[in-house]
Design a protein around this ligand. Structure first.
Ligand code: ADE
Length: 315
């Protein structure tokens, strides 16, 4: 734990922010729980000089027109702090006491209704991120964005199981009528990489990047379903996707072998298929992680499937 009293404060809309406790260490920087000058809780992600380009990308993505959405982490601002070798780059967002979906699932199971709620939030958030929205009223158009590091650690859980997608430091923005330039193909977290990413065989088009996010989304749906307790059937302990197959720190070669060559996917339990609603969620996750990128469903299709389940549930 880091003692907040010894930490510096900065100007933030003319009000200082005080870092309190370190919450998570990511690939790029550390996330702190913090309080702003109005004594509101916020989260601050601190990037070092060498991770500055991730800070710039994340700041640019959060600042896109029409980016705000209930299922995208709420952005409050970005700052440069300090000087010389101590120069730091901060991203300030809303704070969610429940932390990430990954942390939550390690110590909690989810009910059937909350499972639907979380999946719906993920679907809506990803659909919003992926969608191009035309200019309207006094707002500019929102370009399509691919996340490129979608995983359960990058989904935060708000009140009432509201899923919020976070961590845009690797995102790619697709401005209409431009090609995606020098985009580098093999980025993200190895465990969640789609087969075509592992094989270095992606087309550098918008659609192929969106399908890569959908593959990772299928794995997150599996993490959720494997922790869902319904009909009083006990569920398994939490495990990361492919943890049984490749352990906690897989290499690219481990993942290539399992996912690209052997075409393995996380295990689906027979008991899940006995529940008609759960069987639809299972086919939805399988439609997300199809070996063929073109065959994968979109985030909107996830939302449509969840809506059909809710309608059946309510009637
Ligand atoms: N972990 C990473 N970002 C967070 C946030 N905004 N709130 C709570 N926990 C987090």
């Amino acid at each position: 734990l880091i003692d907040g009293t010894n930490l510096p404060t900065i100007g933030y809309n003319a009000h200082p922010i005080t870092l309190k406790e370190a919450l998570a260490n990511g690939k790029f920087g550390t996330v702190y729980q913090a309080v702003d000058g109005h004594n509101r809780q916020v989260a601050v992600k601190v990037f070092s000089m060498q991770d500055r380009s991730s800070w710039q990308i994340e700041k640019d993505v959060y600042s896109l027109p029409q980016m705000e959405h209930d299922n995208i982490l709420k952005y409050l601002g970005a700052e440069r702090k300090g000087e010389g070798l101590g120069l730091e780059f901060w991203i300030i967002t809303e704070y969610h006491p429940n932390g990430s979906l990954h942390e939550y699932l390690k110590s909690h199971t989810v009910t059937w209704n909350n499972l639907l709620k979380i999946i719906q939030g993920i679907g809506l958030g990803l659909a919003h991120l992926h969608e191009e929205i035309p200019a309207r009223e006094n707002k500019d158009a929102k370009p399509s964005v691919a996340h490129r590091d979608f995983k359960s650690k990058n989904v935060l859980l708000g009140n009432n199981f509201r899923a919020c997608i976070a961590d845009f430091g690797l995102a790619l923005v697709f401005y209409p009528n431009t090609t995606c330039g020098d985009a580098h193909g093999q980025v993200g977290t190895r465990r969640y990489m789609a087969p075509e990413v592992l094989e270095g065989a992606i087309n550098f088009t918008r659609d192929s990047f969106l399908k890569i996010d959908m593959y990772a989304c299928g794995l997150v749906l599996w993490e959720l379903v494997s922790r869902c307790s319904y009909n009083e059937i006990p569920c398994d302990e939490y495990s990361l996707p492919f943890e049984n197959e490749v352990g906690p720190n897989p290499t690219i070669e481990d993942m290539q072998d399992i996912v690209a060559q052997q075409k393995k996917r996380p295990h689906i339990k027979d008991s899940w298929l006995k529940h008609p609603g759960m069987a639809l969620i299972v086919s939805t996750m399988q439609d997300c992680w199809d070996q063929e990128a073109e065959a994968r469903i979109s985030a909107e299709t996830i939302c449509e499937r969840i809506n059909s389940l809710k309608l059946n549930n309510d009637s």
